[in-house]
Design a protein around this ligand. Structure first.
Ligand code: BGC
Length: 393
């Protein structure tokens, strides 16, 4: 058993202590990598050895036996165990059984992590705000992706557990310094994962800043509703509540257009298998190497709205995503290629998982027509996304 063995966290602890604490372990290798990065950048996350000593795993369990495990490294959801239509539980979230693997994964898949300060891309790693130009890492050349070199997915968060009316929760907090990864303003971020007795995971994001700054936080879990490591997700039936999407250029930066999905492979307004149209000749599918696009959600006013619903016919599992956000990035694991081996020892094959990243639109700091992502001092960033798991007979 590895020292950060997530599988070892299966809970034998009672009630509130169900949130098992496992794996305090120093990741020397990562520290070296991060320290090297510290030297390279302007202001980077202040990664201390002591932070790595505090990496823990928390497991929430509800009255119907559903379990969600979370680590305070990257606020990563490491597993989600939900029943199929026969009551058999499987882990439907891709991930690893050791923190080292999260840290050293090739191709940086961001399995299960909170990404920020800005989820998705900012063109050429630069934006102007209040007359000043800011420069960010081009960590996905030629663009900036998911908050930079040491984004919120690679830092150690403070965590505490609490019981609420809605269910048990893990509350994670991180303070990003002014100019960390090139972004202005000290940003205090809180992400709360709550597991309800209705098999819902509610994700509440909260942030405040000392200076105007772009903020776009999302959750990067890859799902396979058959169970992680069980082949592709191409047979999952997906509905996205969006009549429009934001087409991209060849570097995956939105062109600015809100294009109708009607008559294109991007039409998921009625449920269809993810794989049905993915092979069509379409320039946008070429640019994304498949689906890797932001959809503009159909919503009336603010509040929670349906983003997407996914049904996996063999297990009968259904995932419904609702959110306060205006968009959702549907990414279907185009960059997975079988080189990463998951926690059950199975390779994560091409399109072996999908993400539904609720968000503001990519590159919004450079696209004045898009809903603003700028948070100003004195205001609070508040968004909520809910994942509800059910089964269909
Ligand atoms: C992006 C993809 C990227 C993936 C993993 C997704 O949010 O849209 O382009 O490859 O994250 O980094």
């Amino acid at each position: 058993m590895s020292e950060f063995d997530l599988a070892a966290s299966s809970n034998t602890r009672p009630a509130t202590r169900r949130m098992a604490v496992v794996l305090p372990r120093i990741c020397r290798r990562l520290c070296l990598v991060l320290m090297a990065a510290l030297v390279a950048g302007p202001v980077m996350a202040d990664v201390q050895q002591a932070d790595f000593d505090s990496i823990q795993l928390y497991t929430l369990k509800n009255s119907s036996g559903m379990e969600v495990s979370v680590t305070n490294f990257g606020a990563i959801i490491t597993s989600i165990k939900v029943p199929d239509r026969d009551g058999k539980f499987d882990d439907v979230a891709l991930g690893y059984d050791s923190v080292d693997k999260y840290i050293n994964a090739v191709d940086k898949p961001y399995f299960g992590a909170v990404v920020g300060r800005y989820g998705n891309r900012i063109a050429e790693g630069t934006f102007k705000l209040d007359g000043q130009t800011y420069t960010l890492a081009k960590n996905n050349p030629p663009n900036h992706l998911h908050g930079g070199i040491i984004g919120f997915d690679k830092v150690v968060w403070n965590a505490e557990t609490k019981s609420t009316d809605r269910g048990d929760a893990v509350v994670l907090r991180y303070t990003a310094k002014d100019m960390e990864e090139g972004y202005p303003g000290k940003l205090d971020v809180t992400v709360t994962y709550t597991l309800t007795n209705d098999n819902e995971i509610i994700i509440d994001y909260h942030a405040t800043t000392t200076k105007a700054t772009p903020v776009n936080l999302t959750q990067h879990t890859y799902f396979n509703l058959k169970g992680e490591g069980r082949g592709t997700i191409l047979d999952h039936e997906l509905l996205i509540n969006a009549k429009r999407f934001t087409p991209v250029d060849e570097t995956l930066i939105p062109t600015g257009e809100l294009a109708p999905v009607s008559g294109t492979p991007f039409d998921f307004t009625e449920a269809k298998a993810i794989g049905r149209d993915i092979g069509q000749e379409h320039q946008q599918l070429k640019f994304g190497l498949g689906y890797d696009h932001n959809f503009v959600l159909d919503r009336e006013g603010k509040g929670m709205a349906l983003a997407a619903r996914v049904h996996e016919p063999i297990s009968g599992r259904v995932l419904e995503v609702t959110t306060t956000e205006p968009g959702v990035q549907f990414y279907c694991g185009n960059f997975l290629d079988g080189r990463l081996t998951g926690k059950s020892g199975q390779p994560y094959v091409h399109r072996g998982g999908f993400c539904l990243e609720t968000q503001h639109f990519p590159d919004s700091p450079n696209q004045p027509e898009f809903p603003s992502t700028i948070l100003r001092p004195g205001k609070a960033y508040e968004t909520t996304t809910k994942w509800k798991f059910t089964v269909k007979e």
